[in-house]
Design a protein around this ligand. Structure first.
Ligand code: ADP
Length: 173
């Protein structure tokens, strides 16, 4: 029987409960699921290094036997061929994700017709959750429980504390 290997690509900066919801759904559907961390080219640079993001994902998926975590650079379709993957897993949260995801899926199909993109929906409670919003809440010291695993919350709090500029002492005359 044909084995289905799927790649779940993303920046995962950091991994959220929405990503984990999708990983849990995906690993039931595919024989192998490779979570692939991409270098993101966001303005201001990434929040966590690729190595840190891979480590957090590994810690959160260690119990899932058919899930591995990797990092990749360059074209996703080149990486799929290298890994002999036949599917790409992507999440659709709201209608707003659809246009971008459709464009990506069709372009990837044009580049490599043997790889299918499969879309999955997370539980409703994660449908408004993104790494960007998590970083924003964390930077203002807001509540993160239920949005990211505790380990990720600890990493976020530590990174924010490191980034906070030192208090400037204004000398009084
Ligand atoms: P983001 O910064 O938006 O969280 P990523 O690049 O890390 O994005 O996302 C990788 C993939 O995971 C994308 O297909 C994205 O749609 C999906 N994804 C991100 N957050 C969620 C979520 N809360 N529920 C379902 N899928 C999600």
């Amino acid at each position: 029987m044909k084995q289905i290997t799927a790649i779940y690509p993303g920046s995962f900066d950091p991994v959220t409960n929405g990503h984990l919801d999708l990983i849990h759904r995906g690993c039931k559907l595919f024989d192998r699921l490779i979570v692939a961390v991409a270098q993101n080219q966001e303005k201001g640079g990434p929040f966590f290094s690729v190595e840190e993001r891979v480590e957090m994902l590994q810690a959160m998926t260690s119990e899932l036997e058919n899930v591995t975590v990797d990092a990749f650079e360059g074209l996703l379709m080149t990486y799929c061929i290298e890994k002999r993957a036949n599917a790409v897993l992507r999440g659709i949260r709201a209608v707003s994700d659809y246009e971008f995801e459709l464009q990506m899926a069709l372009m990837n199909r044009k580049i490599e017709p043997s790889v299918e993109t499969v879309f999955m929906m997370p539980a409703e409670k994660y449908s408004y959750l993104s790494s960007r919003i998590v970083r924003e809440i964390a930077s203002f010291g807001g509540p993160l429980s239920g949005l990211v695993p505790e380990l990720v919350e600890e990493h976020l709090r530590r990174r924010i504390a490191e980034k906070r500029p030192a208090t400037i002492e204004i000398p009084t005359k």
